[in-house]
Design a protein around this ligand. Structure first.
Ligand code: ATP
Ligand code: MG
Length: 425
């Protein structure tokens, strides 16, 4: 190391190195296949949005908007911008901007990095990744249930163990309002127990006080007026139907009346998939219904449901289960020495790739022996060996790396010869 300080990545933002990236690529493939199995279509939005979008969508009095957003002013034109802390708001913005919604409902998904200025720890980063799924324009409980069933299928497909489903309903606006009035009255009576966050939220977002993780407030929270007692009939029927569908599909769940979700825009169904194996960062997937959001962002009212999963947390869980990292492999390593041989080697490597084979062409010279060591370490099934005498005859030697005889073949027959060896394995 030199004396001058090396530059490090921003705290809480991770490099994903090639070995680990193999796992990401595998995961992304599984996820894509799973989503297409339910007719969801991909959508991609910018990483940067007008700050106003998140203030309007997520709510001013939330952890995210109050203290977690990377917001900045565009130095060139003064625009107020924010690195997206989540993508539901962007997705709805895009759908409205391009008028995708009102002819037909939409099943959409996206994936990518999100940014939140939180205290970094295991499972909590400042740049993290989500796969998000949104169904826009569906009002019934069938879609809520379908999204939960989808998750259950993905966990099965990934071989995840020990994730439990927690479920709740937040009801609709009128019951939320009745509940809110009662909550404020209750917390006002116990002002001495409220911590600073709770005091600040008392009149702006009292529901969030129920989400408090402060041990000193747990007793107070447990005794608070319950939203469940205020629910009206439509919301109850909706919730009953979601549960009935889950039961018919043998998906186990637990009703958690304190599940209120960090974001303001949810109504009716909310859910979280939780594991006890990642410490405090146990929620791997969270979502629910958000019928008010489309209108809040400026569209004609339309119902919506969605969820997002945290990719880092999911992959950490898989690795904890001892999942072997898949490794990308090459089929062929091309070894060569001599000028004529080198020219033929690069031609032959391209020819093999024309034949859809994965090829490492040795670069950087060295003896045959040292090149063969690299071929061995590469995991290739076949080494193609070229010296000047082979090159003069327009031939190459083909060596199966798992043992077996080295053979000379004409350049013309090379792809077939390599394929024969690979298929035998
Ligand atoms: P938490 O309660 O853990 O802060 P949240 O309610 O803020 O989560 P959501 O906004 O619902 O999380 O995001 C959905 C999922 O994204 C979470 O369940 C989690 O798996 C993941 N997630 C959220 N924040 C982070 C983060 N800072 N680092 C890694 N993953 C995260
Ligand atoms: Mg959070």
């Amino acid at each position: 190391m030199s004396d001058s300080k090396t530059i490090q990545a921003v705290r809480g933002m991770n490099d994903i190195l090639p070995d680990e990236a193999e796992l990401w690529l595998w995961f992304e493939e599984v996820v894509r296949d799973w989503l297409h199995g339910y007719g969801y279509r991909n959508i991609r939005m910018p990483l940067v949005e007008p700050t106003a979008l998140f203030k309007r969508a997520i709510g001013e009095v939330t952890d995210i908007v109050e203290k977690e957003m990377y917001s900045f002013e565009d130095a060139l034109n003064g625009d107020q911008l924010t690195l997206r802390p989540e993508a539901t708001a962007s997705c709805v913005r895009a759908v409205l901007q391009h008028n995708l919604l009102y002819n037909a409902p939409q099943r959409l998904y996206y994936s990518g990095p999100m940014f939140r200025h939180e205290r970094p720890q295991k499972g909590r980063y400042r740049q993290f990744h989500q796969v998000g799924v949104e169904a826009l324009g569906f009002a019934g409980p069938d879609i809520d249930a379908e999204q939960i069933l989808m998750c259950a299928r993905l966990w099965r497909r990934l071989g995840l163990r020990d994730v439990a489903l927690q479920l709740n309903t937040l009801g609709d606006t009128a019951s939320r309002h009745r509940h809110r009035v009662k909550l404020i009255a209750y917390f006002e009576q116990h002002r001495d127990v409220l911590d600073a966050d709770a005091t600040r939220r008392l009149y702006t977002n009292p529901l969030r006080i129920l989400d408090s993780k402060n041990p000193a407030m747990q007793e107070l929270v447990a005794g608070a007026p319950r939203l469940a007692d205020e629910l009206d009939e439509d919301a109850l029927r909706h919730f009953d139907e979601v549960q009935a569908i889950l039961k018919r599909h043998d998906v186990a769940f637990e009703i958690n009346p304190n599940l209120v979700r960090g974001l303001d825009y949810y109504n009716r169904t909310v859910f979280e998939w939780v594991t006890t194996r990642l410490g405090a960062q146990g929620t791997i997937c969270a979502g629910g219904r958000y019928d008010g959001l489309v209108e809040q962002i400026g569209g004609k009212p339309a119902p919506a449901t969605g969820f997002a999963m945290g990719v880092e947390r999911l992959l950490a869980l898989l690795q904890e289960d001892g999942m072997a990292l898949p490794k990308a492999e090459v089929d062929v390593y091309v070894v060569h020495q001599g000028e004529l041989a080198s020219r033929l080697a690069s031609r032959v490597a391209e020819q093999l790739r024309d034949g859809r084979l994965r090829v490492l062409l040795h670069c950087g010279g060295g003896s045959f022996k040292s090149q063969m060591k690299k071929a061995d370490a590469s995991g290739a099934a076949v080494a193609v060996v070229i010296g000047d005498d082979e090159a003069q005859a327009n031939e190459v030697s083909v060596k199966p790396m798992q043992g077996g005889e080295q053979k000379r073949v004409s350049v013309q027959n090379l792809v077939a010869a390599v394929n024969r060896i690979i298929k035998q394995e």
